[in-house]
Design a binder for this molecule. Structure first.
Ligand code: SF4
Length: 275
């Protein structure tokens, strides 16, 4: 950079910002190292999550007469990803269970109320950050835009999760900028239980989250810049061992993470979910 030139923007998704916060070493391996360390194979709950999201996306493309709860359930079968499960029987069990969950969830969705966006890419520039992300569903409810995020995780999310979620607040801010319509309402839809929790932000709470994202972006941008000159010798990417290490895709390359305890199996999250 020449003196007087503005610093380049830091391009990131909400996931990248959170990766930096969770563990700088994992962030480095996931986003900076070349060649990228080989991550562990995809886990079963990730396969389940992708299949669920894809089915709920494709449901809106079905012709009117087939956009039914049962039609959504059939889409789960089409979208199923048979990766990460203990064996074929476990995969079949979870495919059938997920089909039931999606079917039950869609019983409460009006097929005639087509959302304003489905897997809508959103973006904004704020301070040092060029943010891009994807909103699972953007509802237009009588003129109010609502950010909807599907969840397939073990435990149902809480209202506190919706209130404190950095990605949801950043999606709302991006939608607000792109559509030029104030957007305050964010919701988490837990597909396995049908539970919906939400939070209605204020302009001030959105601004606080945007400030937080800018602060993370400044730190990560400085770390990226140091990596560009020092590579792996940079000390800005220490491991941050925690309970997350049991699930980390890069722990095979991280002795500190391995020292925290055994790795979770590819299907561990499902077994903990099972009734
Ligand atoms: S195993 Fe733990 S400490 Fe190591 S990179 Fe992964 S999250 Fe970070």
């Amino acid at each position: 950079m020449f003196s007087g030139m503005p610093e380049p923007l830091y391009a990131a998704s909400p996931s990248r910002l959170l990766a930096w916060l969770d563990c700088p070493r994992r962030y480095r391996m996931q986003y900076l190292d070349v060649p990228r360390p080989v991550p562990r194979p995809q886990r079963a709950h990730t396969s389940l999550g992708i299949a669920t999201h894809n089915a709920l996306r494709d449901w809106w493309d079905l012709p009117d007469g087939r956009r039914t709860p049962a039609g959504g359930g059939r889409l789960v079968e089409d979208a199923w990803i048979d990766v990460g499960f203990r064996d074929a029987a476990q995969s079949r069990t979870w495919r059938d269970r997920t089909r039931q969950h999606v079917t039950a969830y869609l019983e409460r969705v009006d097929p005639w109320r087509v959302p304003r966006g489905i897997e809508r890419t959103v973006a904004m520039v704020t301070g040092p950050l060029r943010l891009t992300g994807r909103v699972d569903r953007l509802d237009d409810r009588d003129g109010e835009l609502v950010v909807v995020d599907y969840k397939t995780s073990r435990r149902p999310p809480t209202e506190e999760d919706a209130r404190t979620s950095l990605p949801l607040a950043l999606y709302a801010a991006s939608v607000w900028k792109m559509f030029r319509r104030p957007t305050f309402r964010v919701e988490l839809h837990h597909v396995p239980t049908g539970a919906i929790v939400g939070h209605t932000h204020t302009p001030e709470s959105i601004a606080r989250k945007v400030d937080e994202a800018q602060s993370i972006a400044r730190d990560a941008r400085a770390a990226d810049a140091e990596y560009a000159t020092q590579g792996r010798a940079s000390d800005r990417f220490p491991p941050r061992p925690s309970a997350l290490c049991a699930w980390c895709d890069f722990r095979a390359h991280c002795p500190e993470g391995q020292a925290t305890g055994p790795e979770k199996s590819g299907w561990a999250a499902l077994e903990e979910t099972a009734p």
